[in-house]
Write a protein that binds this ligand. Structure first.
Ligand code: FE2
Length: 363
């Protein structure tokens, strides 16, 4: 299978991986021949990349990075908690959070276990390709990324759990934003953006008095849009004024925002998302955290076509743990000419680097 840009796929191509929505329902099954109507619909839904079967890459299999049931369960529980907060009167909101916090802690423990046991790089691209309400899937993804960073930084179990709670609820203040603004596709007006910018403080206020959770969780919500050079919001605090957890969630938040499928713009691939983080490393984001993120997350997902510095080209076939920029690659071409396919482990040929990705569909 290969990962290709949906816009370049020709009708008749065979889908290699089932596409689900955020409720865990099947939208299109593995093995289906994509027709023009399906391709158009996928693009309308903001699905920028799909896995396609082809003869040359039959042996490359996508390994499920994460049990789907756990993911669906977690997203459902975020959704129901956030919805209750949205409809409940102010007074009982903290009660909702109080009740949800035990459930969230259980989920975080399970996610933590999963990442630990998996041993592989975190790759959540394509696990859920589409959703109605972005915020719930986003909260889940940010939690997963934050946990992976925390683990890479060697945080103890208790801190990991607090960080996870902070991540799962970092955007809870958004439940106070009117839905027409929250779900608006495309650019916000200045006025709307001002309203959106209140969500860190609203989240803080909601979480700070919940006595079953650490005050630090409230600060995660408060600080996740702050930047280390002081250019963030709401307070414009900088450097060590921002808690390490706030800095971790900031990195996870930005990466997920740019790499997620949204109807109004094309999702970036992980390596492009990482470029955004590196561009801000040391100014917007803490260098140590960006580096930890790079080590923990699959930058070149299995199935993506990569170009190498020596003119070779091939498909990523397997990840190398802790070395996200040096996966194993099944080489198919050299200087534009087909070669007999063979596997190249980039960990063993350190003089060669990945210089680019090609996601155009070809037969
Ligand atoms: Fe946010």
């Amino acid at each position: 299978m290969r990962l290709v840009s949906t816009a370049t796929v020709e009708p008749g191509a065979i889908l290699a991986k089932t596409i689900y929505n955020d409720k865990g329902q099947v939208l299109l099954s593995d093995g289906v021949a994509l027709n023009e109507r399906m391709l158009k619909r996928l693009l309308e839904m903001g699905i920028a990349y799909v896995y396609i079967k082809d003869a040359k890459t039959e042996d490359i299999q996508y390994k499920e990075a994460f049990p789907r049931e756990l993911k669906v369960k977690a997203i459902k529980s975020i959704e129901s908690t956030f919805h209750q907060i949205q409809v409940d009167a102010t007074l009982s909101r903290s009660f909702v959070v109080e009740r949800a916090s035990q459930n969230f802690t259980d989920i975080i423990r399970q996610l933590h276990e999963e990442i630990k046991n998996n041993g592989d790089l975190l790759s959540i691209l394509s696990d859920v390709f589409t959703y109605d309400d972005y915020i719930f899937t986003h909260s889940f993804n940010v939690t997963l990324y934050s946990l992976a960073i925390g683990m890479e930084l060697g945080l103890p179990q208790k801190e990991i759990e607090t960080l996870g709670l902070g991540a799962i609820m970092h955007d809870v203040g958004k439940m106070k934003i009117p839905t027409d603004i929250l779900l608006k596709p495309g650019r916000l007006t200045d006025e709307e953006f001002q309203i959106v910018k209140q969500h860190p403080e609203d989240g803080f206020r909601l979480l700070k008095d919940v006595h079953t959770i650490s005050l630090l969780v409230a600060h995660c919500a408060y600080q996740h849009h702050e930047r280390i050079n002081g250019s963030g919001y709401p307070r414009g605090i900088k450097g060590n004024e921002i808690h390490r957890f706030g800095k971790i969630i900031a990195v996870a938040d930005v990466f997920d925002a740019v790499t997620s499928n949204r109807v109004y713009r094309k999702a970036m691939l992980p390596h492009d998302g990482l470029e955004i983080l590196f561009a801000g490393s040391g100014t917007l984001f803490e260098e140590e955290i960006v580096n930890a993120f790079r080590k923990a997350v699959a930058i070149y997902p299995v199935g993506i076509t990569v170009e190498l510095s020596d003119g070779r080209k091939g498909i990523v076939s397997e990840q190398n743990s802790g070395k996200s920029d040096r996966p194993k690659v099944k080489i198919l071409e050299k200087d534009g000419l087909n070669v007999t396919p063979y596997e190249l482990d980039l960990m063993k040929e350190l003089s060669v680097v990945i210089t680019g990705c090609d996601t155009t569909f070809s037969k």
